[in-house]
Design a protein around this ligand. Sequence first.
Ligand SMILES: NC(=O)C1=CN([C@@H]2O[C@H](COP(=O)(O)OP(=O)(O)OC[C@H]3O[C@@H](n4cnc5c(N)ncnc54)[C@H](O)[C@@H]3O)[C@@H](O)[C@H]2O)[C@@H](O)CC1
Ligand SMILES: [K+]
Length: 516
Amino acid sequence: MYIPLPTPDEMALWDRTSIDTYGIDAKMLMENASREALHVLLEEFGSLQGKSAVVFAGSGNNAGDAFALARHMTDMGAKVMVLHKKAQQEYTRETAYHLQLALNTEVPLVRLPEYNLDFLTHPDIVVDGLLGTGFRGLLNKQYKDWINHINRMGKNSFVFALDIPSGINGWTGLPSPTAVKADATATFAFAKVGLFMAESRPYVGNLHVRSIGLPARVSEDAPPSHFGLDQHILSLYPAPQDDLHKGTAGHVLIVGGSEGLTGAPHLAALGALRGGAGLVTIAIPGALASEVKNGAADIMTLPLGEGGKWSGSLIEALSPHFERFDSVVIGPGLGRDTGSRNFLRAYLQSEHPPTVIDADALYWLAEDPQCVQHLDQECILTPHPGEMARLCRKSNNEVQQNRPAILRQAVQDFQCTMVFKGANTLITAPNRPMYVSPIACANLAIGGAGDILAGLIGSLRNSSLSPLQATCLGVYWHGFAGELLRERYPYRGNRATELADILPLVFKETHDAHSC
Ligand SMILES: NC(=O)C1=CN([C@@H]2O[C@H](COP(=O)(O)OP(=O)(O)OC[C@H]3O[C@@H](n4cnc5c(N)ncnc54)[C@H](O)[C@@H]3O)[C@@H](O)[C@H]2O)[C@@H](O)CC1
Ligand SMILES: [K+]
């Protein structure tokens, strides 16, 4: 359900604890890593007999993996040449040990020339052991040149990265500013969080996560700050009982819609219905009630007053009904005039059901400190990058450059559960780990997909799940629905209503897959 995704620092700590506290020999870990890498290479590339390979070894322990793998490849019949960054006598500890074994077994080793690698012919295989989890900052010119050369060789050669493609930031998955484009990556013990992010996908190739013998207790005793979501999260959804009653399946209230913006609350209502809510009602200024319903017989409306505008006083028409609702989604289509701001202020000050805050309600949170004051821990905020940028007063580019850190700070500021939407949507809550969706799916990049997610999370707030659990489940479920649509519409073109309609089929698909 939750896959540990260490940062490079956390991974380094786990390596160190295994060695210092549990007495596991560092040389053995490196041997295990290189043996696992060999098996991945054989799986991906096939027989090494008679094949040529150039192995790049940097200055740290990633080079140690490369020295050891070069020895194993030679034993399997490959013609290997190792290019190493430092003078041989400068390598230390376990890396020096594996360098010595490579020397003992007569693997050819050559010091990496500073820049010009034009003398290299095209080998069958290029191994990238330049930089692993010890990489920090940006690449200097020398590394950029080597990496660019590897990428040029990659047009004709199979490129195999050890632990992480060199140049990829292990936290964010971003290139720095370039990175090795591997055909396959063998990563050791756990996927580093950056490898899970869509940003690193063009560089990682086929990712293989291989155990190297770290004691399980090491990661259990010092849990990581990030976890990936997998399909098992769907098991949090309570299996429907035959005697379920619509009244006990949850009643979701959607609060939103304004002149010209009645589609958004309608879509949020569809998300809630398809998420299994027993009843769904939309509260909207009275004059817009029939428009927001849009002929959908299964969506109820709660007209507030008789006009077509929001105002602070409409809370008096709404609040007496609160006890009928198990959860509220506020914001889709709410609008950005001062009337909607006044209504939101009044809503947040009232004693309201657990609430998902989305769309225009997020706009007002960013603009109006009075709204922020009344957030409570039951609130869930669901910004996309533009909304997050406004909430944090940063540019879109800045928030996208380090999404986990931005979300962590926002959760600290707002003290709520938050979703940061986008490829690999992130979810966290105060003092909790960060959860990362594995899904990056272009079929979700359509207007209305966010409204459906808000409605879906709203419907899940009716269960016994915590805000964080409901949010993780909603995000994964919604993403998986996007993946199902991708099968039907590989070139996109699906509508948001189809995304809502396919939601219930996710459980059928995963159930069928498990029963095969
Ligand atoms: N004993 C262990 O801790 C194990 C380590 N293993 C391997 O060791 C790797 C981690 O080793 P290290 O921590 O030594 O680090 P790396 O080998 O990833 O790289 C660190 C080296 O790169 C240099 N460097 C860092 N940032 C740079 C930049 N921006 N430009 C140029 N040079 C830069 C550092 O000065 C250092 O010499 C893992 O990724 C994995 O491949 C595995 O063998 C498993 C066991
Ligand atoms: K590497």
